[in-house]
Design a protein around this ligand. Structure first.
Ligand code: AMP
Ligand code: TRP
Length: 325
């Protein structure tokens, strides 16, 4: 039986933090078991907000290297840079003709990122390109954090609309989010998600952070009233957030951690959480250091060649269906 196909993408902007690691990347790695997996560094998406060319150049490479370090295995997964497969953009144009302005205007990521002065067509069309990324591979499932649910909804709508109008072509992809960690919160404000765009470095733990940096950030993390360690997002959002990170990175169930640390006080709990997070990330940091640039570049070039072949095969049918052959 053919394995189901998984596709996901990540923007090469800045260092990856534990939010994206736990919310998305851990699933990318796990799904290599049992699925056909395709992963993409979405550099074209990263151009929709102001940026420097040198930063993007470096960011793409570092992102690819980090994906290999977290465990994306080029023997089992197709890994490539989006810009090297122009079929993504071609399909995006076609899907754009099916996308309603109203629905695009309601996209929360668009609303958050676009102050009027900096609005541009790219940021508006962003979710349509994302839909094309997924549909050009006819993916069945997409591992992402909770913040991407709306974009996946749009992707299904566009797939459905295409199928109705031109005949069945695309499966409607489902969203895969982790049970714990689909929305890791900021360390400095547990009511907003951990994000690379937060101006405060202390709000997030980077995969590359040293144990010392992690300890400092966790120690300074905003906690809650009272002293008890309890998993309750209503009354203990700061502690609950740390419990999720602790649980996922140490691979220990939350109830077990709660019973162990319930009365130990925040100081002891935070020190243990920081250590578990640092230990969980240590092998990735080591793998990252051990990779060399030429090796990364080689993997990405090979990936792009394969992805272009597959995307071109898919586009042949699409072009026929829409009437441009
Ligand atoms: P980003 O870091 O915004 O480029 O997102 C990369 C991937 O990580 C996407 O699948 C996001 O949904 C996911 N992600 C980003 N931030 C978080 C977070 N704080 N908690 C859980 N998942 C996240
Ligand atoms: N919008 C996604 C994010 O911000 C990145 C992305 C682009 C993506 N294309 C994708 C994710 C396709 C999944 C599938 O994280």
């Amino acid at each position: 039986m053919d394995r189901k196909r998984v596709f996901s993408g990540i923007q090469p902007t800045g260092d990856f933090h534990v939010g994206s690691f736990v919310g998305a990347l851990m699933n990318w790695v796990a799904l290599q078991e049992g699925y056909e997996t395709i992963y993409c560094v979405v550099d074209l998406h990263a151009m929709t907000v102001p940026y420097q060319a040198a930063d993007l150049r470096a960011g793409r490479h570092e992102s690819a290297r980090m994906l290999l370090a977290v465990g994306v295995d080029p023997e089992r997964s197709l890994l490539y840079y989006q810009s090297e497969v122009p079929q993504h953009v071609e399909l995006s144009w076609i899907l754009g003709t099916l996308a309603g302005l109203g629905q695009l205007e309601r996209m929360t990521q668009f609303k958050e990122k676009s102050d009027r002065a900096r609005q541009n067509l790219g940021i508006f069309a962003y979710p349509v390109l994302q839909a094309a990324d997924i549909l050009v591979h006819k993916a069945h499932a997409v591992p992402v954090g909770e913040d991407q649910a709306q974009h996946l909804e749009l992707t299904r709508d566009l797939a459905q609309r295409f199928n109705t109008r031109f005949g069945d072509e695309f499966p409607l992809p489902e969203t895969i989010t982790p049970k714990i960690g689909a929305r890791i919160m900021s360390l400095t404000d547990p009511t907003s998600k951990m994000s690379k765009s937060d101006p405060s470095d202390r709000s997030r733990i980077l995969i590359k952070d040293s144990p010392d940096q992690i300890a400092k950030k966790v120690k300074a993390a905003v906690t809650d009233a009272g002293t008890g360690v309890d998993y309750d997002w209503e009354t203990k959002p700061g502690i609950s957030n740390l419990l999720e990170l602790f649980s996922v990175l140490a691979n220990r169930p939350i109830p077990e951690l709660v019973s162990e640390y319930a009365d130990s006080g925040y100081g002891v709990f935070k020190a243990a959480a920081a250590e578990a997070i640092a230990d969980g990330l240590a092998p990735i940091r080591e793998a990252y250091e051990g990779l060399d640039d030429a090796e990364v570049a080689e993997v990405m070039a090979r990936g792009a060649a394969t992805a272009r072949d597959r995307a071109e095969t898919a586009m042949k049918t699409v072009r026929e269906k829409v009437g441009i052959v």
